[in-house]
Design a binder for this molecule. Structure first.
Ligand code: GA4
Length: 331
């Protein structure tokens, strides 16, 4: 059995805590990708929640389990070995520090670009032994999960009656697509839970800047989303499904019809949470503006015009919880 080092109390001092909500929310939309009404249900879910669960997606559970096992193996390595894969500037291994502006959380992670050349280089320098097994699991997984997100984006185009149906998915399939992949490991926090009755915040509240993200986690709770009225609800975990988040860019491309969902992760008091997330982003030079066929007559964009590279630059100057789209809204 793999035993990970126990956190010390000093490790907790900067990290926020939060009272865990007892119950799990039962209202998350569940989309069967093969169902005839999938396109309509996805559009409704993107408008109401900016979040939904996808089942019947065709990615085999063995691949998810294999990648999860490889991730746990990595996070179980001695600290100096993991540190050799860091810091995440912006890609690599990170421990508690999130982004460049002072955000922290009860988390360890690996952050990659989905560009295969980049992955292989980083992996080769990261692992002396057997990089190939991990690398191929990551590459295969990214390929499959991108396929799922592209299918969802094509169903969205159908549901919104936009042509061509690859208007969004082609941005993720583009060889210049600026997409990320992240493996997160949230260690359990039993001491804090016992002393305060609160859980450590693993990843503070935020929205994803990209077009769309797909999260797969093990069966540990922790993910919470904010509803329209600002209430936080806990998402029941499901290791065989994907949870899809609408990102800021898709909110802009639908001129505010879709909602970029605010979400956060609380560490569990007893079990580690392991998640793998694909963040589908456009090429750097892509203009992020409302899709013309969607606009009603006389409708104006709610946002100033910007490219993905401009948005990303400004995101990396922000704090995690900031309303990043705020400064791009037209007044
Ligand atoms: C949030 C979504 C993704 O995890 C991420 C994050 C990125 C990082 O961890 O480096 C950011 C965060 C995320 C948005 C604001 C900036 C950048 C940390 C941060 C404080 C990889 C992304 O693309 O944006």
């Amino acid at each position: 059995m793999v035993v990970l080092s126990q956190p010390t109390l000093e490790d907790f001092s900067l990290i926020k805590t939060c009272k865990p909500s007892g119950s799990l929310f039962t209202g998350i939309p569940v989309i069967d990708l093969s169902a005839p009404d999938a396109k309509t249900l996805i559009v409704e879910a993107c408008q109401e929640f900016g979040f939904f669960k996808v089942v019947n997606h065709g990615v085999c559970p063995e691949l998810m389990a294999r990648l999860e096992a490889e991730a746990v193996k990595f996070f179980s390595l001695p600290q100096p070995e993991k540190d050799r894969a860091g810091p995440p500037s912006p890609f690599g291994y990170g421990n508690k520090k999130i982004g460049p502006n002072g955000d922290v959380g009860w988390i360890e992670y690996l952050l990659f670009s989905t560009n295969p050349d980049f992955i292989s280089q980083k992996f080769l320098s990261m692992f002396q032994e057997e990089p190939e097994v991990f690398r191929s699991a990551v590459n295969e997984y990214i390929w499959k999960v991108r396929g799922v997100v592209c299918r969802v984006l094509e169903l969205i185009a159908d549901g919104l009656r936009i042509e061509p149906r690859d208007v969004l998915s082609k941005l993720l399939r583009d060889e210049k697509s600026d997409s990320f992949f992240r493996l997160n490991y949230y260690p359990p926090c039993p001491k804090v839970q016992a002393q305060s009755g609160r859980n450590l915040v693993g990843f503070g509240e935020h929205t994803d800047p990209q077009i769309m993200s797909a999260v797969r986690s093990n069966n540990t709770t922790g993910l919470q989303i904010s509803l329209r009225d600002g209430t936080w609800v806990s998402v029941p975990p499901d290791q065989s499904s994907f949870f899809i988040n609408v990102g800021d860019s898709l909110q802009v491309m639908t001129n505010g019809r879709f909602r970029s969902v605010r979400h956060r992760v609380l560490a569990d008091s007893l079990k580690p949470r392991v998640s793998m997330i694909y963040f589908g982003g456009p090429p750097p030079s892509e203009k992020i503006t409302p899709l013309p066929p969607l606009m009603e007559e006389g409708e104006e964009s709610l946002y100033k015009e910007f490219t993905w590279s401009e948005y990303k630059k400004s995101a990396y100057k922000s704090r995690l919880g900031d309303n990043r789209l705020g400064q791009f809204e037209k007044i």
